[in-house]
Write a new protein. Structure first.
Lengths: 301, 541
């Protein structure tokens, strides 16, 4: 808030203040670099000669520039299908997540809802005690969603932690008076939810989209356990397989072993780039709202 | 308020209970009795069945393949009339998936592929009756496998569970080397410094000292040489193949990865309780203290290790590894393999690794399979000599070709293709179940990689201890596995930690008695007894 005025007020500052500012910026710049450098390193490492990387010679620019890693990743045709799957799971899955979460968060945010405490108790219970892998597996089998796309969309449909965030947001940010006014105008709960609560909850919905979206994007374990057909595999599963596939088996000739050792190392870095790039691209657009939410929460306590 | 809360809790509990009951009873009413059609199985010849029959097989793949699309399996399907519904899984995560299949009893008809089941799976699920015993089926329906067992009974011995049953079939590859840890020395450095390959501990030390003190690689910097490196990763016992075990032989007794060896009288020995172990550690420690051993030997990972050896600046004097050309790559011409040092008894000893039995759990049939004899006949096709060769080294016409006198050789591959990829594009390869025996290997013209392996093996052959001195890859009972696991965690981590700390900072003589006493307190005698019992039972089988 005062940041804009800081420069105007510069000439009025004492030497101590200026010194403080300089150190302040210096520390912030170092802090930023300590976050950016690892990212940068992964990018240059994915283009470098693995022997040079392991000998610690790659620091600021790629050495032995090559694109072997990316060639190996993208020559695998399964990756495009997997990209498609993951985008589908992320978009549709997040849509389901956010709508279900908001639908349950609204009634739970209303203090006068008769079953509120009981339902909340059941919901919270699942946060601490889970059914366990085997019962869940059997259950998915009996619901006939095993080895279908539904399992990737429905199994993580609601996250209790996100639900609680959404519930608290609605309770703290939408005043009770609004409901009273709306109900005087003849609004039912459903119309009030659709026409007033949802538009006022944009901030929290964007936060939910980010949380759920990233979770879908990185989903690995559910795909591994509940999917059998490769055509349903999400991106992470396929990338992992490509990574492992390059471990030398000792069956081939010497050249293939050396080449694979080299490729395996490059693929490791390449895979990080391939799987995180889309998230890095989308994040800045959501970040504005995200910061607003995070700071807003801090101020209100 | 409170009253209302309790009431709603009760209502909700009731709703949940009602919702849950059908879910449980639903499971029981399942399994509609299938019409039992009679399958006629041909006892010999192909196809195995006249009418096509489908089985579900679970398999895992390190190579990211779906077996359904592999030419090898497509041909096999056409030949045998046995259709396979593959339940594929990537390698990591297979452990969870497997536990789920067994725990939920949604089992496939069989499990296929190297290491698809672990020892404990085989023993546990075998004794529970989920996997069926195959002894009689092998004798009756698997002539190829039976021939292998008759010719080399120790393979049958190794895959027989303690209760006398065979629950799983092996993968055998006799192309595998007998010596896994070769000691290589930089011949250019020896030449530059006017030294000979060392034969005794004194000479060995003198050579390392010279590597350290002088500019052995001739780049003008006398300090960038690493005289001796190896890899002894404390966290993962499987990563100790490039460790010092064989060099312990310099003091009259080898070490092994789990520290268990067998002496000439057939007694099982746990090396950390013996004097030769102490002597060897004392010597390695003195080398380390003098700066003759790479400082990172206990911490660097495989990639860093290999990168040091492959460094274009030629910075390593001696190292341990399984292959000269694959590990040293462009530097391979710099290194020659060297013989073990003459030990205190005037002998030269080196480890013998019987890793020809690649995996004990490579094929198992579950109690769900109808007509298991079909599956046994199906898998027995893979144990036929040339078929095994095709599974392991690629299909004939793709990576192998037949030449005169029924011999085979590797084909020249299309530009830009590497052998390993080509093998796995058509055959299960390293994922598959097979038995590649010496008889078939004799008919193959070996490629450079295999020739090198054989040469290195031949070089160490005179020094290899008899395989009866090495602790074999055998089955423990379920009870033993549990007891061993309980003791092993403490004992292993203590021994490993002391191993490293003695070499790095010394003190083996000062702490030796306390070390022995602490091992006794950790019930090391009981630990040794389980290994010893299992070994005696193994000999008796």
């Amino acid at each position: 808030m005062k940041a804009g005025n800081a420069f105007k007020a510069f000439k009025n500052q004492t030497a101590g203040d200026i010194l403080f500012d300089i150190f302040n910026y210096l520390i912030l710049i170092l802090f930023t670099l300590s976050i950016l450098y690892p990212l940068y390193f992964i990018i240059i490492a994915s283009f470098s000669d693995p022997v040079a990387i392991n000998n610690g010679k790659v620091l600021f620019k790629p050495m032995g520039f090559n694109t072997l890693g990316y060639q190996r990743i993208f020559e695998n045709t399964k990756i495009w299908n997997a990209y498609g799957n993951t985008i589908f799971y992320t978009v549709v899955g997040t849509l389901i997540n956010v709508s279900l979460t908001m639908m349950i968060a609204y009634p739970l945010s209303r203090g006068n809802f008769f079953a509120r405490n009981a339902i909340l108790f059941f919901v919270m219970f699942t946060m601490y005690f889970k059914g366990g892998m085997i019962p869940t597996f059997l259950w998915m089998h009996q619901l006939n969603v095993y080895n279908t796309r539904f399992v990737m969309l429905l199994l993580p449909a609601i996250n209790v932690f996100n639900l609680i965030i959404a519930m608290n947001f609605i309770r703290n940010n939408i005043p009770e008076e609004l409901y009273e006014a709306a109900s005087l105008d003849g609004y039912s709960h459903i119309r009030y939810f659709l026409n007033i609560v949802l538009p006022l909850s944009q901030t929290i919905m964007i936060v939910l989209i980010l949380y759920y979206g990233v979770a879908h994007w990185n989903e690995f374990m559910n795909g591994l356990i509940y999917l059998r057909d490769e055509k349903y595999y999400p991106l992470q599963l396929v990338l992992r397989a490509i990574l492992l596939q390059m471990q030398a088996s000792g069956l081939g000739d010497v050249d293939s072993i050396i080449e694979q050792q080299k490729a395996a190392e490059l693929i490791k870095y390449g895979v990080i780039i391939v799987s995180t790039l889309p998230v890095l691209v989308v994040y800045p657009f959501l970040q504005k709202h995200f910061t607003k939410f995070a700071l807003g929460g801090a101020v209100k306590g | 308020m409170k009253n209302r809360f309790m009431r709603t809790i009760l209502v909700l509990t009731a709703i949940m209970a009602i919702a849950v009951i059908p879910a449980f009873s639903g499971g029981k009413t399942e399994s509609p009795s299938e019409p039992t059609s009679k399958v006629t199985v041909n006892k010999t010849g192909l196809p195995i069945v006249d009418e096509p029959i489908t089985y579900e097989l679970a398999a895992n793949t390190r190579k990211n393949k779906n077996f359904k699309n592999l030419e090898y399996f497509q041909k096999l399907e056409a030949k045998t009339n046995v259709l396979i519904d593959w339940n594929m899984s990537p390698e990591d995560g297979w452990t969870e998936k497997k536990s789920l299949l067994f725990a939920s009893n949604i089992l496939p008809d069989a499990f296929y592929g190297q290491d698809i089941l672990t020892d404990i799976d085989i023993i546990r699920y075998g004794s529970e009756g989920l996997l069926i015993p195959l002894n009689d089926l092998i004798d009756e329906y698997a002539p190829n496998l039976k021939a292998i067992f008759d010719a080399k009974p120790h393979y049958r011995q190794q895959i027989t569970a303690p209760d006398g049953n065979i629950y799983s079939l092996p993968t055998i590859n006799e192309l595998n080397p007998t010596t896994h840890d070769h000691l290589f020395i930089n011949k250019n450095w020896l030449k530059n410094l006017g030294l000979e390959i060392p034969n005794t501990t004194e000479e060995f030390e003198a050579v390392l000292q010279a590597f350290k003190d002088y500019d052995a690689n001739g780049n003008g910097d006398p300090n960038d040489e690493i005289p001796f490196t190896f890899r002894m990763n404390a966290n993962d016992p499987r990563n100790r193949q490039q460790g010092l075990q064989s060099l312990f032989g310099t003091f009259g007794q080898l070490d092994d990865i789990q520290h268990f060896i067998v002496d000439d009288s057939g007694k099982v020995i746990y090396t950390p309780t013996t004097e030769p172990y102490r002597d060897a550690i004392r010597w390695f420690s003195s080398l380390y203290q003098k700066g003759l051993i790479d400082k990172e030997v206990f911490t660097h990972n495989a990639n860093v290790y290999v990168a040091k050896i492959q460094d274009p600046g030629d910075i390593v004097g001696m190292w341990l590894g399984w292959s000269r050309s694959a590990t040293a790559a462009k530097n391979k011409e710099n290194y020659v393999v060297m013989a073990p040092l003459i030990n205190v008894n005037g002998e030269r000893l080196w480890r013998t690794v019987e890793a020809k039995l690649l995996s004990k759990g490579s094929f198992a049939i579950t109690n769900k399979a109808k007509n298991p004899e079909v599956l046994i006949r199906w898998i027995d096709q893979s144990y036929e000599g040339v078929t095994s060769l095709e599974i392991c080294q690629g299909l004939i016409g793709r990576t192998l070709e037949e030449i005169a006198d029924g011999r085979f050789q590797h084909m020249k591959l299309p530009q830009g293709m590497v052998l390993d990829t080509m093998i796995h594009d058509y055959s299960p390869g390293n994922d598959g179940t097979f038995a590649l025996m010496e008889d078939t290997i004799k008919r193959l013209n070996l490629n450079a990689n295999l020739v090198e392996r054989r040469e290195l093996d031949a070089f160490y052959k005179p020094y290899n201890v008899p395989s009866s001195n090495m602790y074999p890859n055998l089955f423990f009972t379920e009870d033993e596995i549990e007891k061993i696991a309980e003791l092993q965690t403490d004992i292993e981590s203590y021994v490993t930690q002391k191993y490293a700390s003695w070499i790095v900072s010394g003190g083996v003589d000062r702490e030796w008695d306390a070390f022995q006493k602490k091992l006794k307190d950790m019930r090391v005698d009981e630990y040794i007894k389980y290994y010893s019992d299992a070994y005696q039972r193994y000999l008796g089988e």
